[in-house]
Design a protein around this ligand. Structure first.
Ligand SMILES: [Zn+2]
Length: 436
């Protein structure tokens, strides 16, 4: 498979650090960004690269050459006049005849590219955007997706958002099918997001690949220094999904939001006072934060999938305002016992995902390459604790919910805490101890 690196941009905002260097030649730990990208691609077995350069790209082609010194093959597309972020792809048609990766040159990253490509194939996608939640969704462009992870629309940061939204932003990496090249009819100035992505979204052929991997731009001095720190601490490589990940699984009701019985309407959800703070601490650690929740309210006909989506959007919106995000959210809509008025018969069965079964955790494990034995489950019922035990995780019981029903007498948690913050701090303190 080919990868195309779009290296045409100039590094104006980074002038203080780099002078007139092209962005991709900005060095981190003694290597230019483009070399970190090439190394990441090569680790996934991608050895055929096309680099798009502008007129002042000689520095790039002099440094990378034919790629032999990195163990890859590099060819170049040189733009005589600026063609935007997509126009240069016109010239890639002669070289690329199949799926390819498109990577924007100022991104510091490490990604399991084959996992990304597998998702593209499984969805039958024409254009797949690498997507992730961030700590400031309120001022970011957002991708709006359906249950199948198809992108329905792009929610511009300039919109007045008087509604709840999913925290999902476009990182600037894509898997493209050949169709994307066919779409570029002329070698003219074309914007990838505003024209190409927009087209495939409108056609219903674009998907969002939600990943927890590290992809950040170094476009301002502040961001540059924070990325440099992450590189020195080994965070960038360790977040690649080619490496096993550790996760803190979180129950929802009584753990992330205040326990108020079953939540049937968006209005009824209220975050726990310390939820954003606690989850932000997870986001800044080496753990993933993933919510796993039973929502039998769907099977019972008490609420709809649509309302549940809005409830979850509210949770993500409120967490986002506190600078926190969930890497993933998995729910079980089923319920085993029939006989309720208004129930949804096709969701009434003994499924594999209703906690304390571990179907939800298995799904997350597959997507994020999680080592369950190094992971934790935090919840406010013995059902949660039993789930954690069944999955081989360590567990923390939150005694935040008055009189929780006791069902599993054998479900003994490793620890009992009185708030989510206390539980997360305990895990992170233990983690530091185990490393010393
Ligand atoms: Zn289920």
């Amino acid at each position: 498979m080919y990868a195309v690196i779009q290296a045409g941009g100039a590094g104006t905002r980074l002038k203080a650090i780099t002078g007139d260097l092209p962005k991709v030649m900005v060095e981190l730990n003694g290597k230019p960004i483009i070399e970190w990208q090439i190394e990441s691609l090569k680790r996934s077995g991608i050895q055929d690269l096309v680099i798009i350069i502008s007129k002042n790209g000689k520095l790039i082609s002099d440094y990378c050459g034919d790629g032999k010194k990195f163990g890859v093959n590099i060819s170049y597309i040189k733009e005589e006049s600026p063609l935007g972020t997509a126009g240069g792809l016109y010239f890639a048609k002669e070289i690329i005849k199949d799926d390819f990766i498109l990577c924007f040159g100022d991104l510091m990253l490490d990604v399991d590219w084959m996992r990304f490509h597998r998702f593209h194939k499984e969805k039958g996608s024409s254009l797949t955007a690498f997507a992730h939640p961030n700590s400031h969704p309120f001022d970011s462009d957002l991708l709006v997706t359906d249950d199948e992870e198809k992108i329905i629309k792009i929610d511009s940061k300039h919109n007045i958002r008087d509604y709840y939204y999913e925290n999902l932003t476009n990182a600037g990496l894509y898997v493209c099918s050949k169709e994307v090249l066919d779409f570029i009819k002329e070698p003219e100035k074309i914007d990838f997001e505003k024209v190409v992505l927009k087209h495939f979204v409108e056609e219903g052929k674009a998907y969002a690949y939600r990943s927890s991997e590290y992809v950040k731009d170094c476009g301002t001095p502040d961001r540059y220094y924070s990325v440099e720190k992450d590189l020195k601490n080994g965070i960038i490589h360790s977040k690649s999904l080619s490496n096993l990940q550790k996760c803190i699984f979180l129950d929802r009701d009584g753990t992330i939001n205040k326990y108020r019985g079953l939540v049937k309407k968006t209005d009824e959800l209220e975050l726990a006072d310390d939820a954003a703070l606690a989850i932000k601490a997870i986001n800044e650690s080496s753990y993933l934060a993933i919510c796993a929740t039973n929502q039998p309210v769907i099977a019972r006909g008490d609420t709809t999938f649509e309302e549940l989506k809005n409830i979850h959007n509210k949770m993500e919106t409120l967490l986002g305002k506190g600078g926190a995000y969930l890497d993933g959210l998995y729910f079980c809509p089923h319920h085993p016992a029939g006989g309720f008025e208004g129930e949804v018969p096709e969701l009434k069965f003994d499924c594999e995902c209703r906690k304390p079964k571990i179907g939800l955790l298995k799904k997350a494990q597959e997507r994020f390459n999680i080592d369950l034995s190094k992971s934790w489950f935090i919840g406010d019922t013995d059902r949660d604790i039993q789930t954690g035990i069944n999955a081989g995780c360590r567990t923390i019981f939150l005694d935040t919910t008055p009189n929780p029903p006791i069902r599993f007498v054998d479900a003994k948690p490793d620890f009992v805490c009185h708030s989510l913050s206390e539980a997360v701090n305990l895990i992170l303190t233990l983690e530091r101890g185990e490393h010393d």
